[in-house]
Write a protein that binds this ligand. Structure first.
Ligand SMILES: Nc1ncnc2c1ncn2[C@@H]1O[C@H](COP(=O)(O)OP(=O)(O)OP(=O)(O)O)[C@@H](O)[C@H]1O
Ligand SMILES: [Mg+2]
Length: 303
């Protein structure tokens, strides 16, 4: 078994609740991510997804616990971790190209100007931005184009870990679909490790190797790690015909609709809380003369 590239160990976060008490968002949360994995996290609003991501990014300190990347504790922001926020956060006075070259120059200080521009242009092309459009400022771009620039910027810096907080939340369904495909293309070409927050179940199934499911807060838990047993490359119009698709989707809908509430508020009792691994595979066939698909729902506790 491959060693975890990112390991989250007994992470707890409390905040003042505004009424003189404390709010425990999550307690003793533990999980790992392998190198090159694409992991999505799903959970109801307010359960603590962004809080976890800010800690992974090094933008916030947890109340207790540690995050290790490549065996080293994460402390403070780093160019090794790229973040894409929902609101794009591009520099408004710079063109699309310069928004990308800005970070590349900081990361690769010994590169020539030509090399930096060629590198940035390549990543912009990967997300479908080519020609004159890359010389426009963010205010002259559509929302979808701006989001493409922020994805190109994050990937161009070649961070070891890419953190995406609902990056497509503000986009219409068509643009969202196109950019999801571009994200998959860039990810498959770069083999970067991705941790992405989303509210969209279908988006998570299309993109992820694994989906982490969080219970409602307070005392939220990453309760399950659901393997997405769908072959790659994935096409949105084709994966829906795979026997595993609706089985996985139903499991996720059930969790978010029901079990996330039932499991809410359970204290950790001081124990490290690791998610249960859930593997749903409806393609396993028996050796009967008339082979029938046998659904297997395999649940194993992560060790
Ligand atoms: N700096 C802070 N001070 C106090 N409370 C906070 C702070 N940041 C977050 N919280 C609280 O922690 C909880 C988790 O917030 P968080 O933003 O992580 O949720 P989320 O899962 O990302 O939700 P959403 O899906 O709506 O983005 C919420 O109850 C929120 O009010
Ligand atoms: Mg959030």
């Amino acid at each position: 078994m491959r060693k975890d590239f990112l390991s989250v160990e007994r992470l707890s976060q409390t905040f003042p609740d505004g009424a003189g008490g404390t709010l425990t968002v999550f307690e003793n949360a533990s999980f790992g991510i392998k190198k090159g994995e694409f992991v999505c996290i799903l959970g109801h609003s307010g359960c603590g997804k962004s809080t976890i991501m800010n800690v992974l990014a090094g933008l916030a300190e947890p109340t207790s616990g540690v995050v290790k990347m490549d065996g080293m504790a994460v402390s403070g922001p780093s160019l090794d971790r790229g973040v894409v926020f929902q609101n794009y956060s591009l520099l408004p006075w710079l063109s699309a190209l310069k928004n990308v070259t800005f970070g590349v120059k900081a990361r690769y200080r010994d590169w020539s100007r030509e090399k930096v521009v060629a590198h940035a242009t390549k990543y912009l092309a990967m997300v479908g931005l080519e020609g004159d459009v890359i010389h426009r400022k963010p205010s002259q771009l559509s929302g979808g184009m701006r989001q493409r620039v922020s994805i190109a910027r994050a990937f161009a810096n070649q961070p070891k870990l890419l953190l995406l907080d609902e990056p497509f939340g503000a986009l219409d369904a068509l643009t969202r679909g196109t950019i999801q495909e571009e994200l998959l293309k860039v990810w498959s070409q770069t083999e970067q490790t991705v941790f992405m927050i989303t509210h969209d179940i279908d988006e998570a199934i299309l993109l992820a190797d694994r989906i982490l499911l969080m219970t409602n807060g307070p005392f939220a838990r990453v309760a399950e790690s659901v393997e997405i047993t769908l072959p790659r490359p994935r096409e949105r119009t084709e994966i829906i015909n795979h026997p595993n698709y609706y089985a996985i989707r139903n499991h996720l809908v059930q969790f978010l609709g029901k079990r996330s509430k039932e499991l809410a508020g359970q204290r950790s009792g001081g124990e490290s809380q690791s998610p249960e691994t859930v593997r749903i595979d409806m393609t396993t066939t028996t050796t009967d003369p008339e082979p029938a698909p046998t659904p297997t729902l395999l649940k194993a506790v992560n060790t």
